[in-house]
Design a protein around this ligand. Structure first.
Ligand SMILES: [Ca+2]
Length: 326
């Protein structure tokens, strides 16, 4: 075996590039021969990207080999357009919670509540409607009264007793919490009798929800409009609210605290205390009543907790994390 001057074995070559010298050691297989080895070296140099215009190779072993033509390298001047990957931002669920002093809407049922500062709690703006109750019990039917529907989505739910009202309050508390949209948990329940009397009288000593005297200033009672539907009924003299049976809650009369239908429309059950769990009585009268005795705030219906009637509904209140009622 012949050894080159630098000690390289036969078949190894030296590349000269410009004024410098670079050595590439390349094992040459027999099939290519020494001349083929030189060509392979050049191709490898090209592949490595460092073949320049002044590159010249001289084989130390074997016959001289003609330079291999170099294909010009196509350099892309217009790179392909960048692939735009859309950035998808997953927003966290909205976080909300009842704020004392501000009104509140249940995220699950849409039920609205008014902040009542005198009680440091929220009170249902309206009596619970058929539509809201059917969020829990989809097949509930409030029925008709002498051909007139009581079952509209915005009419107050009836044919529900104290226990069904309590069930809705517990269901709403669980569902609003499970919705994951709240940073604190509202506690819905029935009002105590003391709480109901405070918001029914707007914090005053009133005989009736609207004040001290008959006839009513607002509220759905047995009024002049019933004569067209129920000729045998006795209306309240000098009063016409326009509704023979239960009316949509937005038309049931707004008191000074922004609460609708506290007097009239449907009877509302109250609890013995602020746990909301134990039945006390029913207050407020309904669209069927004209006698002032029943319209008084302090009048209690003789019906029990299990009564199911066409004019018995309910209203809920809500407290939340330290904001407790009286
Ligand atoms: Ca009426």
């Amino acid at each position: 075996m012949t050894v080159a001057e630098d000690g390289s074995p036969p078949g190894e070559g030296v590349l000269e590039r410009g004024g410098g010298q670079m050595k590439v050691r390349q094992a040459i297989d027999g099939a290519m021969g020494s001349g083929g080895g030189a060509a392979r070296l050049c191709l490898l140099a090209l592949a490595a990207g460092w073949w320049g215009a002044g590159c010249m190779m001289t084989a130390r072993q074997g016959p001289a080999v003609a330079p291999v033509p170099v294909e010009p390298v196509q350099v892309a001047t217009n790179p392909p357009p960048a692939v735009v990957v859309p950035v998808v931002t997953i927003a966290p669920p909205p976080v909300a919670h009842p704020i004392p002093g501000e009104d509140w809407k249940s995220p699950v049922t849409g039920m609205e509540f008014m902040w009542v500062g005198a009680l440091k709690m929220w009170v249902g703006k309206y009596e619970v409607t058929n539509g809201e109750y059917r969020k829990m019990k989809s097949d509930h039917y409030s029925g008709v009264y002498q051909g007139q529907s009581l079952n509209g989505d915005r009419q107050p739910v009836v044919q529900v007793n104290f226990y069904r009202a309590r069930e809705l309050a517990e269901w709403m508390t669980q569902k609003d919490f499970a919705s994951g949209s709240l940073s604190s948990t509202p506690q819905y329940r029935l009002p105590s009798e003391d709480e109901w009397l405070v918001f029914a009288r707007c914090g005053e000593e009133r005989a009736f929800p609207w004040g001290k005297e008959m006839p009513p200033k607002y509220g759905n009672y047995s009024d002049a409009s019933v004569k067209a539907s129920f000729a045998q009924w006795t209306p309240i003299p000098g009063y016409n609210d326009g509704c023979a049976v239960s009316c949509v809650v937005e038309q049931s009369g707004k008191n000074e605290w922004g609460l609708y239908g506290v007097g009239g429309n449907v009877w509302e059950p109250v609890a013995r205390d602020d746990s909301g769990k134990f039945f006390a009585t029913w207050h407020g009268a309904s669209w069927r009543y004209d006698n002032s005795k029943f319209l008084r705030c302090d009048y209690c219906s003789a019906r029990d907790a299990t009564s199911l009637e066409s004019d018995f509904g309910f209203r809920l209140v809500m407290v939340c994390e330290g904001e407790v009622g009286r």
